[in-house]
Write a protein of this length. Structure first.
Length: 213
């Protein structure tokens, strides 16, 4: 439950949110390192706050290890079932609670594990494990606990210039210190990653070469 009257503001809100974000990401990073000591693909980086409760905020982030055709990634335990059992045991040994393992019938070969770790500000972690012909995959989707604080105020503190220049990494090693906001005095691990650029589309068709006489 969010207690609006006790919600922090100003620098206290910023510092609290940064602690929540970093604590949750470090807890998930421990699992990432256990599974794959390399760069993980990023779906949602997880530093833009979302609203929750009566007047609260939370963060969501996703990380995936899927490999590629040149360097396929394989499940360390060799099969989805063995991997799920191994992850479940690891979670239990590292203080995670509410662990639920689900498998599915029919053509669905993926399995999922849901768990939480409130003392690390993690309300829900969904782990999806899937086999593949060329590369296996594992996806981690995290939702932090709902914390007291106005989400709009926090967003203004973190991104005083708005999100027009916002960039985030496409991949990241679990040991990397997470970015948090773009305020001038916001501590970050280094320069923001460069934005993705795409070729400018053109409506002019490419001329067809004339046949050689």
């Amino acid at each position: 439950m969010t207690l609006t009257g006790c919600a922090p503001t100003g620098k206290e809100l910023f510092t609290q949110a940064q602690t929540v974000n970093a604590t949750a990401k470090h807890a998930v990073a421990e699992l990432q390192l256990y599974l794959f000591d390399g760069d993980w693909d990023i779906g949602t980086y997880g530093e833009i706050p979302e609203s929750c409760g009566a007047d609260g905020y939370r963060f969501k982030f996703t990380r995936s290890a899927i490999g590629n055709y040149d360097a396929p990634w394989r499940l360390p335990q060799g099969s989805v079932e063995a991997q799920a059992e191994d992850i479940t045991a690891w979670l239990e040994d590292h203080g995670w609670t509410g662990i639920v393992f689900r498998s599915y019938t029919g053509d669905v070969t993926d399995v999922t594990i849901t768990t939480r770790k409130p003392d690390a500000h993690i309300d829900d972690l969904l782990i999806t494990i899937g086999p593949g012909e060329a590369t296996d995959s594992i996806n981690l989707r995290t939702t932090t606990t709902c914390e007291p604080g106005n989400v709009d105020t926090l967003a203004d503190l973190m991104f005083p210039g708005g999100l027009s220049d916002y960039t985030s990494p496409l991949s990241e090693h679990p040991s990397a210190e997470p970015f948090f906001g773009m305020a001038p005095d916001s501590p970050t691990p280094g320069p923001r990653p460069a934005p993705i650029t795409y070729p400018t589309p053109t409506d002019t068709p490419t001329p067809t070469p004339s046949p050689t006489p």
